[in-house]
Design a protein around this ligand. Structure first.
Ligand code: KG4
Ligand code: ZN
Length: 335
């Protein structure tokens, strides 16, 4: 079955073709980051309009890349939520219109299920069951995964997501949106041990997270350094490193707990923050000591993309799941 995947939940237009037998045939992504950078974050109306401009050309592009025709498409998957409602509606409208024209089934899928399953697109994919750490701009969750659609939430952030904390820290340090990769790059120049940031909620049992206190701690540290006239490039890098180390340590502690509690031997990390090199290295070191293995997608499939939606949709379409006639767009949607 040849599935077209469409992702338009936020500021990336992603399209891909996934074939059950041959795997991922083609994928294309257009990032709106430059357009939103002037505003310091995603402007929903601009995002929707740009998805309208880019989506059909990207569909044509992946078909050409794969050497296929529109009429070869056998199923269409699109992100139905969570996300920006206008942006979601663009993907859903194109998916349903194409599906209607081609007479093929269409299915709206959960964006976070897409992220969760993205490591399945790599060589040597994880077998079930596994523990998944989902770390994106909107979510920080630990999930036990026993199969497609068999998800048990083990813990989640009670306030900000890890990616959101990275983005806000970037702003405080005068870095552009999206902040995660920029904070990580600045942290490379940081000197270890200059600052010690808290590891929130690690001293009590459970698998929930909280990152808003860490954000405040960062703000106070930045303001304090500025008041003393010390906020030069080196100090900004030191703060970036201290912040990143605190987030990474916190995530590692909770992942270790989740592996121990569930007895799972496989840990999957997914979502934008799973592209973070320090986090990958730290999780691998921790898992190695437990005799567990860590799985993650290539960096371009950690952040938003069409391939993960094509893959997740294909798993469900092949079992007969499909939308009715209505476009599904759910801005807030627990997995
Ligand atoms: O999964 P994603 O592309 O979109 C959402 O579904 O939210 O995640 C985006 C988030 C942003 O907060 C971004 O700053 C963060 O992932 N991110 C990173 C890195 N790359 C992206 N955070 C830390 N280190 C990175 N290398
Ligand atoms: Zn995402």
């Amino acid at each position: 079955m040849l599935t077209l995947g469409i992702e338009t939940s936020c500021d990336e237009t992603g399209v891909a073709l996934f074939d059950d037998q041959q795997g991922l045939l083609a994928h294309a992504l257009f990032s709106q980051i430059d357009m939103h950078a002037d505003y310091g974050g995603v402007v929903p109306e601009l995002a929707s309009r740009d998805h309208v401009r880019k989506l059909l050309p990207l569909c044509e592009q992946v078909l050409a890349q794969a050497g296929r025709q529109r009429s070869d498409i056998e199923g269409i998957a699109y992100t139905a939520g969570p996300g920006l409602v206008g942006a979601l509606m663009v993907g859903g409208s194109v998916a349903h219109a194409l599906g209607y024209a081609l007479g093929v089934p269409v299915l709206g899928v959960h964006h976070m299920e897409g992220h969760l399953l993205a490591p399945m697109l790599e060589d040597n994919p994880p077998a079930f069951p596994f523990v998944a750490l989902l770390v994106s701009g909107g979510h920080t969750q630990l999930v036990r995964v026993d199969g497609i659609g068999e998800y048990q939430l083990l813990g989640e952030s009670v306030d900000d997501a890890a990616g959101e904390a990275f983005d806000k820290t970037a702003k405080m340090l005068g870095l552009d949106y999206p902040g995660g990769p920029r904070v990580a790059a600045l942290a490379e120049q940081g000197r270890a041990g200059q600052y010690r940031f808290p590891r929130p909620m690690t001293d009590r049992p459970g698998l929930d997270f909280s990152f808003s206190g860490l954000k405040t701690f960062t703000l106070n540290t930045v303001n304090d350094a500025a008041d003393k006239g010390q906020l030069d490039d080196q100090v900004r890098a030191d703060i970036a490193l201290a912040f990143e180390a605190a987030v990474v340590d916190t995530l590692v502690i909770k992942c270790r707990r989740a592996l121990e509690h569930t007895g799972c031997k496989r840990l999957v990390m997914a979502g934008g923050v799973s592209a973070n090199k320090r986090l990958r290295a730290a999780l691998e070191a921790m898992a190695g000591k437990l005799g567990s293995t860590v799985f993650y997608a290539r960096p371009e499939f950690c952040t938003d993309n069409g391939a993960m939606i094509a893959y997740a949709g294909a798993q469900r379409l092949k079992h007969g799941q499909r939308d009715g006639e209505r476009i599904v767009a759910v801005p807030r949607w627990p997995m």
